[in-house]
Design a protein around this ligand. Sequence first.
Ligand SMILES: O=C(CO)COP(=O)(O)O
Length: 255
Amino acid sequence: MALRNKFVAGNWKMHLSVAEGVALVTELRALLDGVAGVRVAVAPAFTAIHPVADALRGSLVEIGGQNVHWEKQGAFTGEVSPEMLVEAGATCAIVGHSERRQLFGETDEGVRKRARAALDAGLTPIVCVGETLAERDAGRTLEVVGAQVRAGLEGFDANDLAKLAIAYEPVWAIGTGRTATSAQAQEVHAAIRAILRELVGDAADCVPIQYGGSVKPENAAELMAQPDVDGALVGGASLSAASFAAIVRAARDAV
Ligand SMILES: O=C(CO)COP(=O)(O)O
């Protein structure tokens, strides 16, 4: 699968102060010295993006926002624009995380607008999709995830898709210690790839699809050995430089 590099991103969520974040990436860049062929990013809280970017200057580790608004500026209290993220040093932005959808009412339409604006500003959107446990138990996983993918990417062409990533994060696996099996992940990733192929043909093969949900050094290699699992979006295990670096190495080795 030389068509796409593995892409591993750490979502720090509402964790780590500026000092803790800077210390973590200082250790991380040393641990990843010489590790090539994998795209790596960390997504700190907004307040830590600039200092963490400074601490990563000259390293291959990139910075992401945990969310991004679609307007450039204006009366949108609590939001951050794509241009602001770029200025602070970010190169990517998570959009549509299940915590945003479930706790803060974000919709597929908003996710699409955030992804569009991120792309237009030169950021790589990481578009998150995933089913709840009730939806999986009802046999609706592919229907729910498929609908999120189609709605979130409506109007996007092959050029756009070449510049974004998708993260499949089953809600029941996030922060629970309960990982999808590699076969469960592969099934959904392959279904997402099939939808992308319907939308943009062979360009679908270039889109990295990350898996997220209790990814740890112990399960990363098996997950990423699946043909359509192109990396990981890591929560808890990204809060330690050693475990995040181990997951990055697993991605590098799982060609
Ligand atoms: O939500 C996640 C990443 O965005 C996954 O979180 P955990 O790795 O802590 O399960």
